[in-house]
Design a protein around this ligand. Structure first.
Ligand code: HEM
Length: 124
C-alpha cells in the first residue's frame, strides 16, 4: 500500500486510523470513549491540529493543556508512553519513513510539554 501524503487529506486518514486504535486500546480506550461524545468532530479537530503542527496551516485553534488537565485524575505518564508507542506504530505503518520520524518527534515533544504542565506544576 502506498504511504499517505503529509497533507491535509493524509493527516486526516492517519488520525482516523490512530484514534480507531486508541479507542480499541485497553488502557487508553476508556478515557477517550468516556470523554468524547462527537467522534467526527474530534477527528476533524485532531486533523486540524496535526495540519497546524506539520504544515503550519493555522487550522487548529484550541488549548490542549486545559483539555488534558480536565482528565488529570485518569491520565498518567505511563499512558503517555502507551500513546506514543501506538503513534509510532501507526505512523511507521502508514507514512514514509521521513514523515513518520517527523510526526514521532513532534508528538514526543508535545507529550513532554503536556506532561510538564500536567504533572510537574507546583502551584495546583
Ligand atoms: C484532546 C486524552 C495525549 C493532542 C484529548 C481529549 C482526551 C485526550 C480525553 C479530549 C479532551 C476533552 O475535550 O474532554 C489524551 C490521553 C493522552 C493524550 C489519555 C495520553 C496519555 C495527547 C498527545 C497529543 C494530544 C501526545 C499531541 C501530540 C490532543 C489535542 C486535543 C486532545 C490537540 C484536542 C484539544 C482541544 O479540545 O482543542 N486528549 N491525550 N493528546 N488531545 Fe489528547
Amino acid at each position: 500500500m502506498a504511504a499517505l501524503e503529509m497533507d491535509d487529506e493524509g493527516l486526516k486518514a492517519l488520525v482516523e486510523v490512530f484514534y480507531a486504535r486508541v479507542r480499541a486500546d485497553a488502557a487508553l480506550g476508556p478515557i477517550f470513549n468516556d470523554a468524547i461524545a462527537d467522534w467526527p468532530e474530534h477527528l476533524d479537530k485532531l486533523a486540524a491540529f496535526w495540519s497546524s503542527v506539520m504544515l503550519t496551516s493555522g487550522r487548529y485553534k484550541g488549548q490542549p493543556v486545559p483539555a488534558h488537565m480536565k482528565h488529570k485524575d485518569r491520565i498518567t505518564p505511563a499512558l503517555f508512553d502507551r500513546w506514543l508507542a501506538l503513534w509510532a506504530q501507526t505512523t511507521d505503518e502508514l507514512m514514509t519513513p521521513g514523515a513518520a520520524a517527523a510526526l514521532q518527534d513532534r508528538a514526543a515533544r508535545i507529550a513532554h510539554s503536556l506532561q510538564l504542565a500536567m504533572f510537574f506544576r507546583l502551584d495546583d
